[in-house]
Design a protein around this ligand. Structure first.
Ligand code: FAD
Length: 432
């Protein structure tokens, strides 16, 4: 009899909540990963770096497991079908995994749980990717918060050493199922192309953390942690990171609280992850949705240097600085009056750190449709933003070197005209 441990967005052996419980169950633990074809089939880019990232993380886990005389069992397919196969190959007494708050994942897990239950097999799930989840931090009346500041206050009041403690999984590593190594499928085997890329290190640089408050808003400075992709795939533990943040920098901790906040929102209000505005009246906005303008935005040809720099950084590196994410998102929704869902989908394709909860939260914040969003009449002025946050133009020069040449496009829309058009359009929807 064995226990299956199912890796998803928690690709590490150390300080992994559900893995810890599995290893302590007394059953031999067989770790698995599923390249989920329901997700992979939707990826257009067959050289998608996120698949490469997962593959590299699995290779590292495999090397650790082989050293422990165990092995990953990595499959490719639809999870329900993969589990049917696993049930015919292993004598499974229990399945362990960590919570995933996205609507697709909740439905998938409910279906797997029901299937296992029919066979008398327990499905044990644990909180791992956030500090506080679901209904752990709620208002005094028991309802979920929809405004960040009071949420963060309650979050901080509830925090204590218990919630930051790492799970000592390594003490129980002899609980892995002993077996000969099973080869991982290659990227080609799952329909992707092999590649190489140097991802940021999965560690918080204390020098960056200490100066975070002063430097995080300047895209030309290496002032943020670049840990998004590691938090997304769980190659770093949120407990370990939040603990460091409590010691190093409160502003940084605050950003990790935003991350918990948006996961909490997505879980309590799954409609936001299904294409609906948090504030329903914002779904009345008459978007212009001009396809040519959308293409110019995607390709960094709007004639607004800060916007174009951001989009080019994204297209080239899979990363965009947070300040610039806010600027380009505001520009798309307010200056061009293009539906935030178009921008959300484009970011979802391109960002290495793409995360449904944070991306949707960021887009609805910029569009004004989200919980605790910027009021719609506050429209970022890209020129003033540049003056404040890229004062010597270093970021723009890096990404838009042809700025002073004739080939650089004229502004796609004049700022004052766009501002007025946006106010009129939003007001009409919100009044109605
Ligand atoms: P740091 O500034 O070093 O922050 C550390 C970590 O805190 C981040 O890695 C992230 O996990 C978390 N964090 C920081 N800011 C936020 C925030 N506002 N909301 C939620 N979590 C936050 N973040 C994503 O992780 N995935 C996304 O898909 C995503 N899409 C965004 C879309 C828009 C339109 C906007 C405005 C923001 C988006 N963000 C997203 C939030 C933020 O821009 C990124 O988390 C951050 O830029 C990642 O870089 P970093 O790791 O250096 O961040």
């Amino acid at each position: 009899n064995i226990a299956i441990f199912w890796f998803r967005r928690d690709l590490r052996l150390e300080d992994n909540a559900s893995l810890y419980h599995a290893l302590r169950s007394g059953l031999q633990v067989q770790p698995i990963f599923i390249f989920d074809s329901n997700i992979l089939d939707d990826l257009e880019d067959k050289a998608d770096k996120r698949v490469l990232f997962i593959h590299q993380a699995l290779e590292q886990i495999q090397a650790q497991l082989v050293g422990l005389k165990s092995s990953l069992d990595v499959r490719h397919g639809k999870p329900m079908e993969v589990f049917t196969q696993l049930l015919s190959e292993y004598k499974i007494a229990a399945v362990y995994t960590n919570h995933d708050y996205e609507p697709y994942a909740s439905e998938r897990d409910a279906a797997i749980a029901a299937m296992l239950k029919e066979k008398g097999i327990a499905f044990h799930t644990f909180k791992d990717q956030v500090i506080f989840e679901k209904e752990e931090v709620v208002k005094d009346d028991g309802k979920p918060y929809t405004v960040f500041t009071p949420y963060s206050r309650k979050w901080k009041a509830k925090l204590n050493a218990f919630y930051l403690k790492s799970y000592p999984t390594a003490d129980y590593f002899n609980g892995f199922h002993k077996r000969s190594p099973k080869a991982l499928p290659s990227l080609e085997d799952i329909g992707f192309s092999a590649g190489s890329f140097s991802f940021p290190d999965p560690e918080l640089d204390p020098k960056i953390a200490k100066k975070y408050t002063e430097q995080r808003d300047f895209p030309a400075v290496r002032g943020t942690s670049r840990l998004g992709v590691h938090l997304r795939f769980g190659t770093i533990s949120i407990r370990q990171l939040a603990k460091q943040a409590t010691q190093l920098n409160e502003t940084y901790l605050n950003e990790l609280i935003w991350r918990d906040f948006y996961h909490m929102i997505l879980w309590n209000f799954p409609r936001v992850g299904k294409g609906l505005s948090f504030k329903p009246e914002y779904d009345q906005i008459k978007w212009r949705n001009n396809e040519k303008e959308f293409a110019a935005w995607c390709e960094g040809r709007t004639g607004y240097p800060i916007v174009d720099a951001g989009m080019r950084e994204l297209n080239t590196t899979g990363y965009m600085h947070n300040r610039v994410r806010m600027i380009v998102a505001s520009f798309l929704t307010k200056h061009l009056l293009i539906d935030w869902r178009w921008g959300e989908a484009y970011f979802a394709k391109k960002l290495l750190d793409f995360d449904l909860a944070a991306n949707n939260g960021g887009w609805q914040w910029a569009a004004g449709s989200g919980c605790d969003a910027a009021p719609y009449f506050r429209i970022f002025n890209p020129y003033l933003q540049t003056k404040k946050f890229d004062p010597d133009g270093a970021y723009i020069k890096k990404w838009v070197p042809e700025l002073n040449e004739l080939t650089y496009p004229r502004p796609i829309v004049e700022h004052e005209l766009a501002r007025k058009r946006c106010l009129d359009t939003y007001a009409a929807a919100i009044r109605s």
